[in-house]
Ligand binder design. Sequence first.
Ligand SMILES: *Cc1c(COP(=O)(O)O)cnc(C)c1O
Length: 456
Amino acid sequence: MSKEIPYKIYLEENEMPKQWYNVRADMKDKPAPLLNPGTHEPLSADELSAVFCRELVEQELDNDTTYIDIPKEILDFYKMYRPSPLVRAYCLEKKLDTPAKIYYKFEGNNTSGSHKLNSAIAQAYYAKKQGLKGVTTETGAGQWGTALSMACAYLELDCKVYMVKVSYEQKPFRREVMRTYGASVVPSPSDTTEVGKKILAEHPGTTGSLGCAISEAVEVAAGDPDYRYVLGSVLNQVLLHQSVIGLETKAALDKYDIHPDVIIGCAGGGSNLGGLISPFMGEKLRGEADYRIVAVEPASCPSFTRGSYAYDFCDTGMICPLAKMYTLGSSFIPSANHAGGLRFHGMSPVLSKLYHDGYMEAVSVEQTSVFEAATQFARVEGILPAPESSHAIRAAIDEALRCKKEGKEETIVFGLTGTGYFDMVAYEKYNDGTMTDTIPTDEEIAASIAKLPKVD
Ligand SMILES: *Cc1c(COP(=O)(O)O)cnc(C)c1O
């Protein structure tokens, strides 16, 4: 404990992880497999290869390989914006007058403004390697679409983005960033796909959802042999790529002999949280160490805390594989919550399994209290956080205040996934006092849960 802990802990370039860590390899009980929506049989690699790139399918199905080499081309790209800093939030601690020590891993230091670039470059790389012309995808708040556009521009791949309509309208500048990187951007639901037309007919005036946009992007990729679909969260492969966040965090903490007590991350589809916690969860699964691990989700879209653990479609159009996960039902369309990146009805099957087996906790927080935490954080730590990330800030502040009350000197680590420069419409609502908290009723959740596919 002699070493003085710097404000920011950076790794040297040669200390950056050269392999991704696959937490599934250390899980005795594996997450449930993806099922064919027609036959309810586990999907084969061949079936998945119609939609996803071959090597990504291998990673998706690999429950056994603990470490997977990061290709040199991806490592070179990572070096443009990684390692990311692990920051000691001295000013926030002081402001809260807490004995707790707070650290955050900051993933917002790249133009996409979030952790999503870590997986975007990997997925684009494998598409390029397979000789494809391009990829299709959905984007909610726009971070994933931006990250993928950047990766595709770098590798000279075509990129078609279906953007959830509410974000398309609220965030015209995000859209322009994607177009600047050469992507084409369509508001979803749209009349450019069969599934989009159907959703528009059933829900006229809908502001869209990630689930709708996924259906559209998958339909387009499945109809063109030179394209594949890529997804920014939820999938096992995305958690694998995001393990660089956790590996760097662990290496930085180990450098100063710091042992975290609580690790916190916001949870939309679970990729940043899954990546951040991976190496720590590995130690927990192997019985080598113990940590409290907390997922934070919006009260408006509470998959872990109010959803069911069941097989469900990943998309609203019900054309995607079935995944066993905590879900609110694929027909659940969340209210126009500002944290667009957390508006997904389901959750990573890996995290769902770990949560179900008692390895982690989950809390849900309301939007106005999230923006209160975001503002507090911005004013003392300088960074203007993304609304998604601010869910983790809320929970970290709450934990630090608990430590104050209990007189405990715990160490809290949270994932600060990105910046909020494109979220000023939401900040404006908060500043004007017109932001509201929308929480689905039990009846609303029960209605979409009742429509879950029947799988035995
Ligand atoms: C997309 C996004 C999230 C949520 O996605 P996960 O897959 O749950 O990590 C969180 N924060 C930011 C900034 C995002 O862009």
